[in-house]
Write a protein that binds this ligand. Structure first.
Ligand code: DOR
Length: 433
């Protein structure tokens, strides 16, 4: 069946127009389109963007289905406007073999709400000692194109060097969780005045920045690309600028929570605010926003990290780090980047869809909204406001740091290859389609 999106603003730009989708593709853009049998979505004043791509999400399957599954995580992703997500390898068992990576891809396709691309582990068991069989994972059904030990840093420089060398011959990308572990032993919060006053052991900026600098040099020498997960400090932004200036192929992502929240949130000792890397200072938040606006930081990635209640509602030191992010990402980007005038809607398309798709080389995502293109699309109502209630989110876990916040800008509709996966901000299961 064809779909007609009526009255949309493509990239937020006038004039309002209709978009006709048939057989998974955009077939016409204009007014008075003939759409006798089309499913009409009335979307006057809504903004049409390419479907979002998340390079960094934790879906917890296999192993921790009590916190998230590929099905619930896919629903959260579709509600957030995503048409493709990359599921991190720190599952149980770890995604360090083609058996696991192919399972993740297949299960995502069965669910059918979003393309779930498996991320392969760089090292066996995320232990940082021995390279995993990257070539086998890349050659599997799941066609792994992104490898990361996220949650752990590949701290051994020789292992990282080999991984980078190997990655360019395979045409895949290495994504680093930049954290020098010797500098963060026992760390619970950003090292600074707040942590000192609260008595929380500090996680210094240098633990991230020293690895970013090192890996930039290793990528240069290996002639490879390297991607930095969840950049969190002003110094990392400066290092990215420097490395680019040297011609080094380095890309980076920032999370919505690092664009909005700072370490003053820790005053309550509520572990919902515990995350790795930690919430930094207001000056870091500002530098990350500016870096994202000027392209030094390439894209937004959620680091969606569901955790069980018992792992969050406990002493700060015992709690697991991580926050939900898929359903709230767009609204946080609106608040931190669009409303202050740092990004327009074309900029949102760039950081949430086009750049992440380019970074991992997805041919059918992050495409221009034009006739002939695959209809992976997201509609945003810029005037809608909604209040976040963790228990109402699609994830199994409820650990959102944005609980009770009223956010502006909401995804109303998502289309995956022309099929409506979300309508009126509710998921449509395949039986409803
Ligand atoms: O806060 C985090 N949570 N940071 C990570 O790097 C891993 C993630 C998780 O898996 O929970």
């Amino acid at each position: 069946m064809s779909v007609l999106l009526r009255g949309v603003l493509i990239y937020g730009e006038e004039p309002a127009t209709d978009v006709l989708i048939d057989d998974g593709q955009i077939v016409a853009i204009g007014t008075d389109l003939d759409a006798a049998d089309a499913d009409v979505v009335e979307a006057a004043g809504q903004i049409l963007l390419p479907g979002f791509v998340d390079l960094h999400t934790h879906l917890r399957e296999p192993g921790r289905e009590d916190t998230e599954t590929i099905e619930t995580g896919s629903a959260a992703a579709a509600l957030g406007g995503y048409t493709a997500v990359f599921a991190m390898a720190n599952t149980s068992p770890v995604a360090d073999s083609v058996v696991v990576t192919d399972h993740v891809w297949r299960r995502g396709q069965e669910v059918g709400l979003v393309d779930v691309h498996p991320v392969g582990a760089i090292t066996v068991g995320l232990a940082g000692k021995q390279l995993a069989e990257m070539a086998t994972m890349a050659a599997g059904v799941g066609k792994v194109r992104l490898f990361s030990d996220d949650g752990h840093c590949v701290d051994d420089p020789l292992i990282m060097r080999r991984a980078l060398e190997y990655s360019s011959s395979l045409g895949v990308l290495i994504a680093q969780h930049a954290e020098e572990p010797r500098l963060t032993v026992g760390a619970l919060a950003h090292e600074g005045p707040t942590a000192a006053r609260l008595g929380l052991a500090g996680w210094p900026r240098a633990a991230e920045e020293s690895i970013v600098a090192r890996d930039a040099l290793l990528a240069r020498d290996a002639g490879s690309r390297v991607h930095i997960c969840h950049a969190s400090t002003a110094g990392t932004v400066e290092l990215l600028k420097w490395a680019r200036g040297q011609g080094i192929s380095i890309t980076a992502e920032v999370t919505p929570h690092h664009l909005l929240l700072d370490d003053s949130r820790l005053e309550t000792y509520d572990a919902v605010n515990k995350v790795n890397p930690p919430l930094r200072e207001a000056s870091d938040v500002e530098a990350l926003r500016r870096g994202l606006a000027d392209g030094t930081v390439d894209c937004v990635a959620t680091d969606h990290a569901p955790h069980a209640e018992q792992d969050k509602c406990c002493e700060f030191s015992q709690a697991r780090p991580g926050m939900l992010g898929l359903e709230t990402a767009l609204s946080i980007v609106v608040q931190t980047m669009v409303e202050p005038g740092l990004l327009d809607w074309r900029g949102v398309a760039r950081v949430m869809s086009e750049r992440p798709a380019e970074i991992v080389g997805l041919p059918d995502q992050g495409r221009p909204v034009e006739v002939g293109e695959i209809a992976n699309l997201t509609l945003v109502d810029p005037n809608a406001s909604w209040t976040v209630v963790g228990k109402d989110l699609a994830s199994v876990a409820h650990n959102t740091p944005f609980e009770a916040m009223t956010l502006r800008g909401r995804v109303t509709t998502t289309l995956l290859r022309g099929r409506i996966t979300v309508r009126d901000s509710a998921v449509r299961t395949s039986s409803e389609v």
